[in-house]
Design a protein. Structure first.
Length: 377
């Protein structure tokens, strides 16, 4: 108890009274929120009944509707008047929708594991905690699991703001029929994790994924210049190794710290404060327009002068906003290239259709990887 409180028992009583009145108010609001959440869940159940009547096969795509979810989240943010910030506010709706979808049909989401990685964090950010997430050990496996129908959706990293593109993910699209049905961007915060037995003044080894070690290079140079930096297969694997080693630390995210019961010795130690990673959600079906969408295509050009210009020119003329162009070697022949192109708009838009039909007449091959809502959260 603070001195000022013991000096002023009357003030203390009135504060206690104010506190208990506020708690009565919170209880009553909680009761209303609870009733409303369940009323919402009952609506979702009715939606599911209608969907079941109109779909012969009961495919997950009839239940999970990325375009509708994006609209609900965007509307929540537009409506928000604070004091909660937009992202926090939308996150609560994300979880409510996740629970409603689980009532309709449970979704199985495969992600590049192991458990505790940023990719799992991205999967949960996108689908909410009610989705059933399954960890797989390679990007190829995530693609295969989705293509075979063993998982409804997959989550794979595609680019990092400091390290660039994840080429393995792009290459997998060349030989696969899966569609992109969403994107999620995650701010990547690295933390310096130690175990209960770590002697922090004697740390001689720091484990992490090679990318994370390089993203925290300056911090390590300043704080642990002599510690050996050991690259391992994932940040979660790094966290796992620290358990039981008194002279080692790991660089990883908070999920890994929780999973392996490690302590956050230093938080957000990344050199670039706006370090973020973009992940793609892959699935079997196309997604309807949400009103603010992106499309990804992959194109192979004929090996002739001006091919790239010819490919990009129709986008420019139709005023289509290109958000990314990535070149990768084609898997079919030496010195042949394919271009991964992202742009704003949905394949159902007439301008996009006009631009794409011109592009396809100028290239050797064009494959639409998917149109999907721009990341909301
Ligand atoms: O609107 C729908 O189609 C629903 O199924 C409802 C709902 C929701 O809870 O709002 C649930 C799951 C879908 O992914 C989208 C939205």
């Amino acid at each position: 108890m603070k001195d000022s409180d013991s000096d002023n028992p009357a003030g203390q009583d009135s504060e206690r009274e104010a506190l208990s009145q506020l708690r009565v108010k919170i209880d009553s609001i909680d009761e209303q929120i609870g009733e409303l959440i369940n009323a919402r869940a009952r609506c979702a159940q009715e939606v599911a009944e209608i969907k079941k009547r109109h779909s012969a096969d009961g495919e997950i795509s009839t239940f999970y509707r990325p375009e509708r979810e994006a609209q609900v989240l965007r509307r929540a943010m537009e409506r928000n008047t604070g004091p909660l910030d937009n992202e926090e506010f939308a996150r609560l709706f994300r979880e409510i929708m996740s629970a409603c979808l689980a009532l309709e049909a449970p979704v199985k989401v495969a992600y590049l594991g192991p458990e505790g990685t940023f990719t799992q964090q991205a999967a949960i950010k996108h689908f909410g905690h009610s989705a059933h997430t399954v960890s797989l050990s390679a990007i190829d496996e995530v693609f295969r699991e989705v293509a075979s129908g063993a998982a409804h959706f997959g989550v794979v990293p595609v680019e990092n703001s400091t390290e660039g593109v994840v080429t393995h993910t792009l290459d997998n699209f060349l030989g696969s029929s899966v569609k992109i049905c969403g994107e999620v961007v995650l701010r990547i915060h690295h933390n310096f994790l130690v175990s209960d037995i770590t002697r922090v003044d004697s740390i001689s080894r720091v484990y992490s994924h090679a990318q994370s070690l390089s993203q925290c290079r300056k911090w390590l140079d300043a704080h642990y210049p002599r510690a050996e930096r050991v690259a391992v297969s994932s940040n979660a694997e790094a966290a796992k190794r620290v358990k039981g080693e008194w002279n080692a630390a790991a660089i990883a995210g908070k999920m890994a710290a929780e999973l392996y019961d490690l302590n956050l010795h230093a938080e957000s130690i990344e050199d670039q404060p706006d370090n973020s990673t973009r992940f793609l959600i892959i699935g079997a079906d196309e997604v309807e327009a949400s009103g603010d969408d992106k499309t990804s295509i992959v194109v192979s050009t004929r090996n002739e002068p001006g091919a790239l210009h010819g490919l990009l020119e129709p986008f420019h003329r139709h005023n289509v906003d290109l958000t990314r162009v990535e070149t990768r070697p084609s898997l079919t022949g030496t010195w042949n290239y394919v271009f991964f192109i992202d742009f704003s708009g949905h394949v159902s838009d007439s301008t996009i259709q006009a631009a794409l039909s011109e592009v396809s007449s100028r290239v050797a091959d064009l494959k639409i990887l998917g149109s999907y809502p721009k990341g909301v959260l």
